[in-house]
Design a binder for this molecule. Structure first.
Ligand code: UDX
Ligand code: UDX
Ligand code: ADP
Length: 461
């Protein structure tokens, strides 16, 4: 019989581990939850008295942390100590796409996972349930098990796959009311122990159990299907632009078909985020490694179309501005990959900006939640030009009215609600004439803007 879980440790205090453990602690006051990370700055931020300084921005997160922190939710850098005392260990470290060696640009880099496994094996002196919480390619649990069983101190490890389906910007709402919780595993008691934690607030019929491989694959497939919907509507947006159809009307009409459904049909300048591209690349890599070229090519198209969407948006800006943006100020509104988050990983804004910078445009960036350092870090990491050139060509402002002064054009790249309520008349007055708006999110009110004298272009129209 497995003993009751009283102590949980989560390795990795990022976008997944932080919010997920906060909610598990909130809903299970009798369980002590410790979130550990090697990054000391990140842990201090999680422990900051001032809740506005939490390392990630998510609506509702601060209240959950306030309720549970110090009671049964703790953030620490003592990884070994937290492993030793836990009954259950979640692994929630990052699994970026490999940037070197075999599978470079496609396969997931499992070095962080392996380091975790080795550390668990070294430290553990009692039986543990180990839960994969990061997005992992299929068959990672097998690797995990092999490391744990062969390097450990002879204790038992039960490995479960428990993929997280939360979306950033709505993480707390998603965690509070998940469509489903998925637990993959072989050991019934370990599965039951994890299910019990979720049963504190999730209805039983929403807790699905499968074998480990199905669970791991379901995570990749769910993200691939979602991304495919975005690429599908974005592909149609280009067709709409040349034929006079309106992509929003088309999306609405098809979404009424209950077999298609209305969600995830919002046209955009391209999807971003840490998951979609990475997970599809993984799916493609796995398919290719089994020589399933038709399958691999099919899913690869979702990414190729997404790249095309970002590029054609940037190209459209250049073409509309008389084929030259050299020295012209273009104000980028929105840098995060979607609204209500400060996360910029794989954001379309980075790639659109890079393309405009290649043409020597002068960019001014404003995002309500993203810092100047982050904007420069994102551009520098592309390696397209020197950091000095990025600083020469890009200015980051924290006031939208200062950001838009003297601009030739404004490009909307994230769908922040606040962009809608700006005083666009005031903005128009301080911009160069003719004043262009390129709306990559189809966010603003076209008629009002045209009446103010803007040249307004929205994607898909
Ligand atoms: C996604 C999945 O939704 C989530 O289940 C999984 O756990 C992690 O990956 P996330 O990347 O946080 O979540 O956000 P999501 O809302 O899925 O948006 C991803 C990207 O697609 C964003 O850039 C968003 O702007 C874009 N998108 C989404 C569209 O362009 N149109 C849409 O209709 C929906
Ligand atoms: C389709 C559309 O559903 C309908 O709205 C449109 O008006 C005409 O085209 P139909 O071709 O009659 O209707 O049948 P449908 O049920 O859509 O099936 C089409 C094909 O897809 C069939 O061969 C069916 O076996 C196959 N299919 C459908 C699957 O293989 N899997 C599925 O999940 C659904
Ligand atoms: P995700 O979006 O998957 O949560 P993040 O990058 O936001 O990814 O978070 C992952 C966290 O895991 C980072 O804060 C990183 O410092 C941490 N991490 C990676 N490897 C280890 C490790 N071996 N031990 C502890 N923490 C780790």
């Amino acid at each position: 019989m497995m003993k009751n879980i009283t102590k949980i440790t989560c390795i990795g205090a990022g976008y997944v581990g932080g919010p997920t453990m906060s909610v598990i602690a909130q809903k299970n006051p009798a369980i002590q939850v410790k979130v550990v990370d090697l990054n000391t700055a990140r842990i201090s931020a999680w422990n900051d008295e001032d809740l506005s300084k939490l390392p990630i921005y998510e609506p509702g997160l601060a209240q959950v942390v306030q309720e549970a922190r110090g009671r049964n939710l703790h953030f620490s850098t003592d990884v070994a100590g937290a492993i030793a005392e836990a009954d259950m260990i979640f692994i929630s470290v990052n699994t970026p796409t490999k940037t070197y060696g075999k599978g470079r640009g496609q396969a997931a880099d499992l070095k962080f996972i392996e380091l975790c496994a080795r550390q668990i094996a070294e430290v553990a002196t009692s039986d543990k349930i180990v839960v994969e919480k990061s997005t992992l390619p299929v068959r990672t649990a097998e690797a995990l098990k092999s490391i744990l069983d062969n390097t450990g101190n002879g204790v038992n490890f039960h490995i479960l796959s428990n993929p997280e389906f939360l979306a950033e910007g709505t993480a707390i709402a998603d965690l509070h009311a998940p469509d489903r919780v998925l637990i993959g595993g072989e050991h019934p008691e370990a599965i039951a122990a994890l299910a019990q934690i979720y049963e504190a607030w999730v209805p039983k019929e929403r807790i699905l159990t499968t074998n480990v491989w199905s669970s791991e694959l379901s995570k990749l497939v769910a993200n691939a299907f979602l991304a495919q919907r975005v690429s599908s509507i974005n592909a149609i947006s280009e067709l709409c632009e040349v034929t006079g159809a309106n992509v929003e009307e088309v999306a609405h009409a098809i979404g009424k078909d209950s077999r298609i459904g209305p969600k995830f049909l919002k046209v955009s300048v391209g999807f971003g985020g840490s998951c979609f591209q990475k997970d599809i690349l993984n799916l493609v890599y796995i398919a290719r490694s089994y020589h399933l070229d038709a399958v691999a090519n099919y899913w690869e198209q979702v990414i190729l179309l997404n790249d095309h969407q970002k590029m054609r948006f940037a190209e459209h800006i250049i073409k509309t501005m008389y084929n030259t943006v050299n020295g012209k100020q273009i104000t980028v509104l929105g840098w995060a990959f979607k609204k209500d988050t400060n996360d910029t990983r794989e954001s379309a804004a980075i790639y659109v900006a890079d393309h405009l910078l290649a043409e020597e445009a002068q960019l001014v960036v404003y995002d309500p939640k993203v810092s100047a350092e982050q904007v420069y870090r994102d551009l520098d990491s592309l390696g397209s030009r020197t950091p000095a050139d990025n600083r020469r060509l890009v200015r980051v402002e924290n006031d939208p009215y200062i950001a838009t002064a003297n601009a030739y054009a404004v490009a909307i790249l994230t769908e922040w609600d606040e962009f809608r309520s700006y005083d666009w008349e005031r903005i128009k007055k301080q911009m160069k004439k003719p004043s262009f708006i390129f709306d990559g999110r189809k966010l603003l009110d076209k008629i009002a803007l045209v009446n103010l004298g803007f040249h307004y272009y929205a994607i898909g129209e």
